[in-house]
Design a protein around this ligand. Structure first.
Ligand SMILES: NC(=O)c1ccc[n+]([C@@H]2O[C@H](COP(=O)([O-])OP(=O)(O)OC[C@H]3O[C@@H](n4cnc5c(N)ncnc54)[C@H](O)[C@@H]3O)[C@@H](O)[C@H]2O)c1
Length: 388
């Protein structure tokens, strides 16, 4: 039996322990993978970390958490528990630069700790993330394993799409990404403030920008154009959640830092193919609408609902029928965690599908879209007034 890996979590929030609107939760995937020990959980909110630990200890894999210690300061956790690897699940504004306190990846790299880092790499502009990417690339050359959590890269449906596209002369000619988020149940105050997350293109639609790149290649960033509807007044969305004080959850967020309600972007890939993204925060209740469509010569593939009831609808060259393939049983979160753990065990990073450098390119694309919408005349408040 291989030696048990020592794993620690930085962040006791939803991405690492579950909750929120989706099927994520790295702890449960590690429980399935097994042969790991959770040596520490670091979170500024130690009460939350304690709560998470209590729940896990009473679960079916409680033994994995027998020695887990809680820390407010992740640096103390690294010193004391000496993990082999950490899962970093923090608000994007809390990490991903060289600035003290946000230099978490730099600190882990200096300590020789392998990292699984949730997307996006940061909320900071890509120029501030680039020095981190350089440092991590050097560390990776020396054997540090780093994986960024763009889990759709591990989806079987996406692998099938790539296989089908590869057989069509000229490959993907157009990528049409559509992502409409259901906003009424999003109760995280941080989420509603683009200064804390980078905004929903940088934080959320980043998954589809990354998929577009994974399928159709790099983007010529100089071609990115975008328009958007900025925050506007809370009343102009009918059902923004309320905080504990009974006020709209974004009541104290200045209008210019509220999440854009809709964004439409276009760009060209370096292959010559064209891409587009339409993103909205406009649906009610919990279920999102997410769909990514690829057109090639004779080919149309629709990846529908990849977070949940994942299906591919394929119309092949030379035909008119649409074949539907069901991937709803696939768990790309499990596959990405397995791949990371296996890479840490073997020291071989070749199966990792998203390096930090690659994730930075996706971050550059999302920031290019965000910046394009902020150009004068490209963003409008609901009142119809131009933003400066
Ligand atoms: N891949 C996916 O499908 C997926 C799903 C959910 C979240 N995410 C990403 O994961 C990241 C984290 O999201 P989340 O939902 O877990 O957030 P969250 O708000 O639920 O949890 C973040 C935790 O980090 C803690 N924290 C903040 N600063 C800290 C610091 N300096 N040191 C220690 N702890 C600190 C907070 O107290 C909080 O408990 C985000 O980037 C998000 O986009 C990805």
């Amino acid at each position: 039996m291989t030696e048990q890996l020592r794993i620690a979590f930085i962040g006791a929030g939803n991405s690492n322990f579950g909750g929120g609107e989706g099927p994520w939760d790295h702890a449960s995937r590690l429980e399935k993978i097994g042969n790991v020990r959770i040596v520490g959980i670091a979170d500024l909110n130690t009460a939350l970390a304690e709560e998470r630990l209590t729940v896990r200890r009473s679960g079916p894999s409680g033994g994995m958490y027998a020695d887990t210690e809680i820390f407010a300061d992740y640096r103390k956790m690294l010193d004391k528990t000496r993990p082999d690897a950490v899962f970093i699940g923090l608000p994007p504004a809390a990490h991903g630069t060289t600035e003290p306190t946000k230099d978490i990846e730099m600190t882990c790299a200096a300590a020789g700790v392998h990292m699984f880092i949730e997307k996006p790499v940061s909320a900071a502009p890509p120029e501030e993330v680039a020095p981190v990417a350089d440092a991590l690339a050097r560390a990776a050359e020396k054997g540090l394993i780093i994986s960024v959590g763009y889990m759709f890269r591990y989806s079987l449906a996406v692998a099938k799409m790539k296989e089908i596209i590869a057989e069509v002369p000229g490959g993907a000619r157009a990528v049409v990404a559509r992502y409409n988020c259901a906003y009424t149940e999003i109760a995280s105050k941080v989420w509603w403030n683009i200064r804390r997350t980078g905004g929903p293109i940088v934080e959320q639609a980043t998954h589809f920008c990354d998929l577009a790149r994974f399928i159709a290649g790099d983007v010529d960033l100089s071609t990115v154009l975008a328009v958007g509807i900025t925050g506007g007044e809370a009343g102009q969305l009918a059902d923004v959640p309320t905080g504990p004080d009974g006020k709209s959850i974004e009541a104290d967020v200045p209008e210019e830092f509220r999440v854009p309600r809709a964004t439409a972007a276009i760009w060209r890939f370096t292959t010559g193919a064209v891409g587009s993204l339409t993103h909205g925060i406009l649906l009610h209740r919990e279920k999102y609408f997410t769909e990514l469509e690829i057109w090639g010569d004779g080919l149309r593939i629709v990846l529908s609902d990849p977070y949940d009831q994942c299906r591919l609808h394929v119309r092949y060259p030379g035909g008119e029928n649409v074949e539907t393939l069901d991937f709803s049983d696939d768990d790309p979160y499990l596959s990405e965690a397995e791949t990371f753990i296996q890479a840490v065990r073997t020291g071989n990073a070749s199966a990792i599908r998203c390096t930090y450098a690659d994730a930075l390119k996706t971050h550059q694309l999302t920031w290019a879209i965000r910046r394009a919408t902020q150009k004068k005349g490209h963003a409008r408040l609901f009142s119809g007034q131009d933003e400066d």
